[in-house]
Design a protein around this ligand. Structure first.
Ligand code: ZN
Ligand code: ZN
Length: 297
């Protein structure tokens, strides 16, 4: 049960021993697979089906655990969901990938929080994903990664919490979910920095911040119908050129243009020809990361 730990040095040697063309071929193959899987995933969801098991999203059979139970169909109670996560063989990366795809299916970037600034510094990893009335959080710290020595949970694991309608349904302390062998191989390769994290269809805002320039983010954005729906927040400061003033009429004009076209003010103000600064931060729509609740006696 995920007890196998890999050695960073061994993994580094393994990857450096692979010929470049093998790596390129494998990467290409993997990308094509992900693209195909994602299309099947979305097509199935359009019909309220699950592309993993091929069944309806409502199908729950104790003998056939599936990640779609995370959507809590009738019959997928707390115990079954935990059993599916612990012994269903899906593992940390597939479970997380499933949640990321579900989230982005509803609204890209809007439902996933992996923001470094909002993370608990004691954790090595945290993600909160929201979809409809459901919210899932996955995390682990160094002690989880290593296994809690001297306890029965002395194997590498992660923790999982789930909320329904904003209320606790599964708590972090309910389980210690083992990393699978595949997880540990990938995790160690990531820690050894021989591979890079890659989230194609499951990207969150943090991954966009890490990979796309702020200018491109601003220019590819459009205004949200309301603040509560906003994925990003732009605060724009305009500073008049020396010896000039900014005309109120001009500002009113671009505000009107923003309302009419949805092009962000941050883009439109550049037309004014003055110095502008835009601060980009996460919008109200991004769910908050659920941290472990403090115990009260
Ligand atoms: Zn399924
Ligand atoms: Zn733990």
């Amino acid at each position: 049960m995920g007890q196998n730990n890999y050695d960073q040095e061994e993994i580094r040697k393994f990857f450096t021993s692979l010929p470049k063309e093998v790596i390129e071929r494998e990467n290409k193959k993997q990308l094509q697979e992900i693209e195909r899987d994602h299309k099947e995933f979305c097509d199935a969801l359009d019909e309220n089906k699950c592309s993993l098991c091929g069944r309806s999203l409502r199908y729950v059979n104790k003998a056939k655990p599936c990640l779609h139970w995370l959507l809590r169909p009738k019959g997928a109670d707390k115990k079954r969901i935990l059993e599916m996560l612990v012994s269903g063989g899906f593992g940390f990366y597939r479970t997380q990938g499933y949640l990321r795809w579900i989230a982005n299916y509803e609204k890209p970037l809007a439902n996933i929080n992996t923001l470094r600034e909002e993370q608990d510094k004691k954790k090595l990893f945290e993600i909160t994903v929201k979809y409809k009335n459901l919210e899932w959080t996955i995390n682990y710290n160094q002690s989880d990664r290593d296994g809690h020595q001297g306890t029965k949970n002395n194997y590498p694991h992660y923790h999982f919490a789930m909320r329904v309608d904003g209320l606790p349904f599964i708590d972090f302390s309910d389980s210690h979910i083992p990393f699978t062998d595949e997880d540990l191989f990938k995790l160690t390769a990531l820690e050894a920095k021989v591979i890079e994290p890659m989230e194609l269809y499951g990207a969150s805002l943090q991954e966009i911040f890490d990979n796309v320039s702020l200018e491109e983010i601003i220019d590819s954005s459009s205004s949200a119908p309301s603040d509560s729906e906003s994925v990003l927040k732009f605060d724009t400061l305009i500073e008049a050129n020396e010896g000039e003033t900014i005309s109120g009429d001009e500002i009113i004009k671009i505000i009107k243009e923003n309302k009419k076209t949805g092009v962000p003010l941050a883009t439109l103000v550049r037309k004014l020809g003055h110095k502008t600064t835009t601060i980009v931060s996460p919008g109200e729509r991004i769910p908050e990361i659920l941290h472990r609740s403090k115990r009260r006696n």
